[in-house]
Design a protein around this ligand. Structure first.
Ligand code: 13P
Length: 255
């Protein structure tokens, strides 16, 4: 049985001070209410330590995640962050392959694959993103496109504990646009992702990997997605920036 997961991707929002305040509010809103849901918050890199400290001090029922990582251990890679550096500030999750990183910063499937391997080697759970553009969707090639991303992003990965590798399906046309995919749209692609995972890792491992939906997920539409067989939670952007809306989504998932 897969545990549900609600993860908040703060993207490039919240200064250190604002991030600490949001983490405190979340800790208060979520206390005793998360049930059997894994909650993850992914603030900007400079906020990680501050948010991690709040989580620790308040014993908040949420885990800390980063939004990016580099696959090397250390060295002359100006501006980058190594897996060990994430672990050291309390991160146990890391988003990789987000469409914004692919589109604006040239992240490729090969990079995503290297990042996944580095994270798994350091016992950090990758939240590996995939998803098609509007153009691909309108051409009716979305399933094919996402399956191809999954095959490339998972190539050669060794997954010993399937609860420690997460996929997020985020159709690009639904991110930050207010246009959500329908729950059936999400299931169509998440089902195809699951079938691909069976092919890559075998039945048992594939059955334990969580697949999240992302793209204008909000308190009023989350329940519909969670009813679907292959949707195990959500990766939330805009609605994760306010404690009340993010907490409402977690509580809905916990019901
Ligand atoms: P929104 O929820 O703002 O559409 O963002 C989704 C997303 O990209 C999460 O990673």
């Amino acid at each position: 049985m897969r545990k549900r997961m609600i993860a908040g991707n703060w993207k490039m929002n919240k200064t250190y001070t604002e991030g600490v305040v949001l983490a405190q509010e979340l800790a208060d809103e979520l206390a005793g209410k998360t049930g059997d849901v894994d909650v993850v918050v992914c603030p900007p890199a400079v906020d990680l330590k501050g948010v991690g400290t709040v989580i620790e001090q308040k014993s908040a029922p949420m885990a800390l995640g980063a939004q990016n990582v580099y696959w090397e251990e250390s060295g002359a890679y100006t501006g980058e962050t190594a897996p060990d550096m994430l672990t050291n500030v309390g991160c146990s999750y890391c988003i990789i392959g987000h469409s914004e990183r692919r589109d604006y910063f040239g992240e490729t499937d090969e990079d995503v694959n290297k990042k996944a391997k580095a994270l798994l080697a350091h016992d950090i759970v990758p939240i590996s993103c995939c998803g098609e553009s509007l153009e691909v969707r309108e051409a009716g090639k979305h399933v094919e496109f996402v399956v191809d991303q999954i095959r490339k992003d998972t190539e050669g990965l060794e997954i010993s504990d399937p609860s420690r590798y997460v996929i997020a399906y985020e159709p690009i046309w639904a991110i930050g646009t207010g246009k959500t995919a329908t729950a059936d749209d999400a299931q169509e692609v998440c089902g195809a992702i699951r079938a691909t995972l069976v092919d890559v890792f075998g039945e048992e491992t594939a059955a334990g990997i969580r697949i999240l939906y992302g793209g204008s997920a909000k308190p009023d539409n989350i329940a519909g997605f969670l009813e679907k067989e292959d949707v195990d939670g959500a990766l939330v952007g805009g609605a994760s920036l306010k404690a009340d809306s993010f907490a409402a989504m977690v509580i809905s998932a916990a019901e």
